[in-house]
Design a protein around this ligand. Sequence first.
Ligand code: BGC
Length: 514
Amino acid sequence: MAVGGGISAGNGKQYEGRVTPFVIVACLVAATGGLIFGYDIGISGGVTSMDEFLQKFFPAVYEKQKNATGHESQYCKFENHMLTLFTSSLYLAALVASFFASATTRKFGRKISMTIGGMVFLVGAILNGAAINVAMLIIGRILLGVGIGYANQSIPVYLSEMAPAKLRGALNIGFQMATTIGIFAANLVNYGTAQMKANGWRVSLALAAAPALIMTIGALFLPDTPNSLIERGLKDQAKEMLQKIRGTPNVHDEFSDLVDASVVSQQVRHPWRTILEPKYRPQLVITCLIPLFQQLTGINVIMFYAPVLFKTLGFADDASLMSAVVTGLVNVFATAVSIVVVDRFGRRVLFLEGGIQMLACQIGVGVLIASVFGVSGNGTFSKELGNLALALICIYVAAFAWSWGPLGWLVPSEIHPMEIRSAGQSINVSINMFFTFVIGQLFLSMLCHMKFGLFFFFGGWVLLMTVFVYFFVPETKNMPIEEMNRVWKAHWFWGKYIPDDAVGLSHKSSDHDA
Ligand code: BGC
């Protein structure tokens, strides 16, 4: 299968080559790493609502829920810190692990980091499935987090480096696609295990081993990226790999750009100090803000707590779980939309359209909830209004799934020059994980205290991030990854940070020694 003849790289830059089946398969296999991330996002909410699980590990929580008087405000009936800590602790482990992953990914390659991620996650899944006490449960959670830290640090970078520029968006979004499939699979598993008489939670947690196995075995067979091989001094292997993935012996131009990039990269001993230099300011600012904004869309309120949210809206137990399955399905299909359009229409169009659509839905849901529950939190949704809320939430999820969901992983992985790429990606992962933790931890309290205002709160952030993208995030589609400085240089605001000699000759500047 050969798609196209030459690879148009945008801005006049053109590399020889075609899209080979080899590169597609390698990217698909690597992307399966998103499954473990997604499975975990989707599974914990369901497990923590199972009585048997609560009785065994969190008896106090169980008692409190059973003895609830039923007179509390709708907004507050699910507030509980112990339980949210179980869900969100994993993200703290991932945050810390991503820094170790940065060093591994740079020194030993992307493939090794992926393999480590898969294996550690596997051990965590086994511990969780076999848990007989809280300690096993927590240690298992920490290992899952370490696995996710490693996977999310290395996979997006791997995909962006393997892909030819003109298909980089689509291939990179394979990761987000796998994430959404993981979430959806977990929703279905929870729906099934919730019907089991005993040990449903155990099955849900242990089944995390399935995606981990797929990812680990896949990673063992993957080749490393040419960029990483060159970075580690393996030039001949890198050239062969580049010829293989581009399907042509004539890779001279791209290869020499990679070598140029690696010359700079090798002189950088301290990527963490280097990334703070003014000439990397655009990348640093964007790599900090994108994951922050991604989480402040409020998406994980839906992903973690959809069943709880729908119960709050007055849906019955079964209907609530079913609604979570519906939003999960919308998430998968809408992600496919971004795969199709991201390299054609670009990242900015998706960011901007997605932002406006999310904002409209958040205002709609906020107004709806305010009109039914008011400030007191007493009231019930009619069937029609409940369905309207569900529809608005689905439209919101679709918008996220073709904008901030995939782009939150794609853009940070493609904007950094080689010398700071691993460090930059760690910053992205750790900020993402930190705010996933914060939202996971605080959402139920925020709902309790901010009430319907919570939806306006997230809406305000979506407005801000959309304006930010409009002014500060340049279009990166089709630009070769080691040539990205051209994009920054041409930008009205960021241009002044990029030295003249950093453009064209692949960042040949003199002051890169940290
Ligand atoms: C985000 C997750 C989110 C998921 C939903 C990912 O891009 O990082 O926090 O749960 O998308 O599909």
